[in-house]
Design a protein around this ligand. Structure first.
Ligand SMILES: Nc1ncnc2c1ncn2[C@@H]1O[C@H](COP(=O)(O)OP(=O)(O)O)[C@@H](O)[C@H]1O
Ligand SMILES: [Mg+2]
Length: 251
């Protein structure tokens, strides 16, 4: 606009129909949210318009334009399933219409976790962890939250405890530990004996790497290390709640 003129920014809900989609092959018909930016500038000549979305294309003089503005807008829109339409008249101005797929989902509200009181419980948790410091920390945290806590340093001794018939509501076990029995085997055998027992794995590995690495099956509950007191408290309530639900209505 060369320093003067009027720029108008508008927003609206919009529908791109079948007919429009037929003549624009990147468009899926449906509901969109439209942001339109209109200026009363120089306009874009048709031979320039053909190139404006190309990265580094600029008609501005050396050192002025980067040629990246529109190509980035376009890239972002493509990634998001959106659509860009440019209307321009040389000597009058330009309208850029940015269409983004409309969602009907309710906006996520951010919950301030620090103001939600951390919930504990009185169930019995068996903590299985080979690292002494980590084990003592989780035992202390869980004890502090009100739980009855039992502990073992490997899968084998954990199984001895479970097999002895001591009541355990939650088996909270590290994934990779030394010893002849694997944590997955421990979980399987514990479940076979006590189907109502909740199982929560913990690991320094991320959930994706551990599931994809084949160390755990998809769908198991995993708490990534290091975890906060709040994260531990929340996850423990979550798995205990799920186990209780399954006892009422077995899957
Ligand atoms: N509102 C507009 N009016 C006229 N021409 C435009 C407008 N927006 C973009 N153009 C043309 O498209 C080219 C590329 O735009 P852009 O990717 O933003 O890069 P840059 O502005 O850095 O040159 C510009 O150099 C210009 O020729
Ligand atoms: Mg620009």
């Amino acid at each position: 606009m060369d320093g003067y003129g009027r720029m108008t920014i508008e927003t609206a809900n919009a529908v791109l129909d079948d007919e429009y989609a037929r003549s624009h092959d990147d468009v899926r018909p449906g509901q969109y949210v439209l942001v339109a930016v209109t200026d009363t500038g120089s306009g874009i000549a048709p031979e320039v318009l053909e190139h404006v979305l190309e990265p580094f294309f600029s008609t501005k003089r050396e050192g002025k334009g980067s040629g990246l503005g529109l190509s980035m807008v376009y890239g972002f829109l493509k990634q998001s399933g959106g659509h860009l339409k440019i209307y321009s008249e040389v000597g009058h101005g330009t309208t850029m219409k940015i269409y983004m797929p409309r969602t009907m989902q309710v906006e996520d509200s951010l919950v301030d976790m620090t103001i939600v009181p951390t919930k504990g419980g009185t169930e019995t948790v068996l903590v299985v962890e080979d690292d002494d410091a980590v084990r003592e920390t989780s035992v202390a945290l869980l004890g502090d939250l009100g739980y009855r806590v039992l502990k073992a340093r490997d899968a084998q001794s954990a199984f001895t405890i479970i097999d002895s018939g001591v009541h355990v509501d939650l088996l909270f076990t590290d994934v990779v530990m030394p010893g002849p029995m694997r944590s997955t085997e421990l979980a399987r055998k514990a479940k076979a004996l006590f189907p109502g027992m909740a199982i929560l794995f913990t690991s320094g590995y991320t959930e994706n790497s551990i599931v994809h690495g084949g160390r755990l099956d998809a769908g198991v509950e995993l708490l990534s290390k290091p975890y906060t007191r709040e994260a531990l408290a929340r996850k423990v309530r979550h798995v205990l709640g799920n186990a209780a639900q399954h006892r009422i209505a077995p899957a």
